[in-house]
Design a protein. Structure first.
Length: 84
């Protein structure tokens, strides 16, 4: 099982730069560079608007998981040390 995790990690590390490189599309860059200042400002604002909701969702899930981290362990009855 550890071998599978290792290879999954290695493949994700090797594939991530290739996927991230797609963000440097020449057509997108040319269109953005050739547009006016208002369009460039709108793109920057749009990026922020698209980043904020997923970030807030992730923070909310992390906060909820942190607050409820021991909820399931508290409901368990104490176990006897005798071997049944």
């Amino acid at each position: 099982m550890d071998c599978l995790r290792y290879w999954a990690f290695v493949s994700s590390v090797l594939l991530t730069p290739a996927l991230a490189g797609a963000q440097g599309c020449a057509l997108c860059y040319t269109q953005a560079a050739g547009s006016g200042q208002r369009v460039i400002q709108a793109l920057k604002s749009g990026i922020l608007i698209l980043v904020i909701p997923p970030m807030l969702i992730c923070l909310g899930i992390t906060w909820m998981a942190y607050k409820k981290r021991n909820e399931f362990n508290e409901d368990l009855p104490p176990q006897d040390s005798e071997g049944d």
